[in-house]
Design a protein around this ligand. Structure first.
Ligand code: GTP
Ligand code: MG
Length: 196
């Protein structure tokens, strides 16, 4: 009887796990973003920017926010490491694609990497938050210009471009709130639940 009630209690109160994949070119600011998101959601300071090193494997962050368990996967963005991105597609509810707004010369490369990921059937229906990161920097491009250069209007996925700074935290709360709401609106959460 106790275990039945406990099971029911757990079922009602257990927070849904939403898995969010963070992608983008090397040095775009993915790990800095992960640390800032952890800080914003938990109130505890994340790693100092100076102690963040290029990611070779995977960084994982787990926080409770928006009545869910959010699990972030931050992968390395160096060219030679992008081939492992697709191992995480099938299990992800949504994507954050981080773009360095101070490096317009790398937008074509970012576009190629982004479109290659989105071409995968395993990401079907996944909402994508594009973070125009490093907006705190004096030489940052305005997001509207980047949107055009990335050719995002061709995309059919639920999409938002957000001005952001992983250093100051600008735009991160709004972006995350939008992403979680989109995950809940999309069929993808139900699709992933069926696969379990
Ligand atoms: N000004 C500014 N610098 C940033 C911001 N986000 C990241 N950086 C800097 O950009 C550099 C790269 O940041 P990382 O977070 O390591 O980038 P990454 O995308 O994780 O890179 P890889 O792990 O190699 O794929 C570091 O020097 C960061 O301090 C930002 O919002 N503003
Ligand atoms: Mg990194």
């Amino acid at each position: 009887m106790f275990s039945l009630l406990y099971g029911l209690w757990e079922y009602v109160w257990r927070k849904e796990e939403l898995r969010i994949l963070i992608l983008g070119l090397d040095k775009a600011g993915k790990t800095s973003l992960l640390e800032k998101l952890k800080e914003l959601c938990t109130g505890s300071p994340g790693l100092e920017p100076a102690s963040i090193v290029p990611t070779v494997g995977l960084n994982v962050g787990r926080v409770e926010a928006h009545h869910a368990q959010l699990l972030f996967w931050d992968l390395g963005g160096q060219a030679g490491l992008r081939s492992i991105w697709d191992k995480y597609f099938a299990d992800s509810h949504a994507l954050i694609f981080v773009v360095d707004s101070t490096r317009p010369a790398r937008l074509e490369e970012a576009r190629t990497a982004m479109f290659r990921a989105l071409a995968s059937r395993e990401l079907f229906g996944a909402p994508m938050l594009v973070l125009a990161n490093k907006q705190d920097a004096a030489d940052a491009q305005p997001p509207a210009a980047m949107l055009q250069m990335l050719g995002l209007d061709e995309l059919k996925v639920p999409l938002r471009v957000q001005e952001a700074s992983a250093l100051t935290g600008e735009g991160l709360r709004d972006g995350l709130q939008w992403l979680v709401a989109e995950i809940r609106r999309s069929d993808r959460a139900a699709l992933l639940r069926q696969r379990l």
